[in-house]
Design a protein around this ligand. Structure first.
Ligand SMILES: [Zn+2]
Length: 365
């Protein structure tokens, strides 16, 4: 932790000392001093607080936001999330984007799918650029026979067909990090150890009666096989975060799909401590298929100042890992990590071009 703080303080000093932030833009690699000059998008955040602190910090850091609404009981309800998203999208066009979602409540009722489609269309009218399905599908929601509803259930067919027809992407978070099926002592990153200790209801190692990791991945793949032209973003590296080889297989199998890095940078950093060049080559090979994202969540209870500093620190830390060739320390991984030093064109794809293309975010004239 101490080293981490030292590293962040070095970055802050370097940025403060820099009077010409564009000075390095002619080289093949960005440096820390280019951070503010490069346009960036964080393609997976949760703006759940009506304060504009998140957007203000993002503007300061030259970062646009894609906020994803989720039917999650620890978040404000989905109508409140939508209300916040609509307001920000109107007040900060071309800076703030959002993805809508839907409730599974009443899914045993025949009218449910029509209501979901109506809601999706109304949210698109408000500016939604995508629809999110969360891990409650596959891990919590049950049909009237008390069987878990998986993402390949025919229940969703008319909804996903509708999204395909209207060219709106689906963002899918199915399953969990593979660590979820391991005992805490065997998990590879500290944030998973903390999350699953705090949320034992989602720690599948403790619930062998639940579907396996492989079952969750198979259900997601079945759904994609059934909807081959649906635009799909696998949130959290499509829950294949533990292996860049597995993510590569997924991206090769579904050539139109993309993945986001939200809340899984630690697993990537962990793998880069084992084989840096393999991870670096993965980013270069799939540079058009990976979207920079953090999962930063501005909850209604956190103070503006605290959140702004958390967001700024996380964005800087990721920028340093992806762009520089320095040795860094991060809270998620024990030990030191050598940053990836990805070339500028790769960084531009990860940080902006892929999200603009996939979610059609180019400013409308
Ligand atoms: Zn998220």
């Amino acid at each position: 932790m101490k080293k981490y703080l030292v590293a962040i303080s070095v970055i802050t000093q370097a940025l403060a000392a820099c009077s010409t932030p564009n000075s390095n833009l002619n080289n093949q690699y960005y440096t820390m001093v280019d951070y503010y000059a490069v346009k960036k998008i964080d393609a997976h955040v949760h703006a759940n607080n009506s304060s504009t602190a998140f957007i203000m910090q993002a503007k300061n850091d030259n970062m646009k936001l894609l906020s994803i609404n989720v039917d999650y009981q620890d978040f404000p309800n989905i109508d409140k999330q939508a209300e916040i998203a609509h307001q920000f999208a109107k007040e900060h066009p071309n800076k703030f984007y959002f993805a809508t979602t839907f409730s599974m409540e009443g899914s045993n009722n025949g009218q449910w799918k029509n209501n979901v489609i109506k809601r999706i269309d109304a949210e698109i009218g408000e500016g939604a650029v995508a629809v999110k399905v969360w891990k409650n599908i596959g891990m919590a929601e049950k049909d009237n026979k008390q069987n878990l509803i998986m993402i390949d259930d025919p229940l969703f067919t008319p909804i996903f067909k509708h999204l395909t027809d209207i060219h709106i992407p689906l963002i899918g978070h199915q399953g969990e990090p593979k660590n979820c099926w391991l005992p805490v002592s065997q998990m590879t990153v500290n944030n998973d150890k903390q999350y699953f200790t705090a949320h034992p209801q989602y720690h599948m190692y403790l619930h062998p009666e639940m579907p396996s990791y492989e079952d969750q991945m198979q259900a997601r793949n079945n759904m994609l096989n059934n909807h081959p032209t649906l635009q799909f973003m696998g949130a959290h590296l499509a829950s294949l975060e533990w292996s860049v080889d597995q993510i590569s297989i997924f991206l090769d199998t579904y050539p139109d799909a993309v993945v986001d890095l939200a809340a899984r940078m630690g697993q990537i950093q962990y793998q880069s401590t084992l084989d840096r060049s393999k991870v670096r080559n993965f980013f270069i090979k799939y540079q058009n298929r990976i979207l920079y994202a953090t999962d930063l969540t501005h909850s209604p209870t956190v103070s503006d100042a605290q959140f702004k500093s958390q967001a700024h620190k996380k964005w800087l830390e990721d920028w340093q890992y992806l762009t520089s060739n320095q040795t860094i320390s991060v809270p998620e991984v024990d030990g030191e990590i050598i940053s990836l030093a990805l070339p500028k064109n790769v960084i531009d794809n990860l940080y902006a071009k892929n999200a603009i293309r996939f979610f059609n975010l180019a400013p409308k004239t």
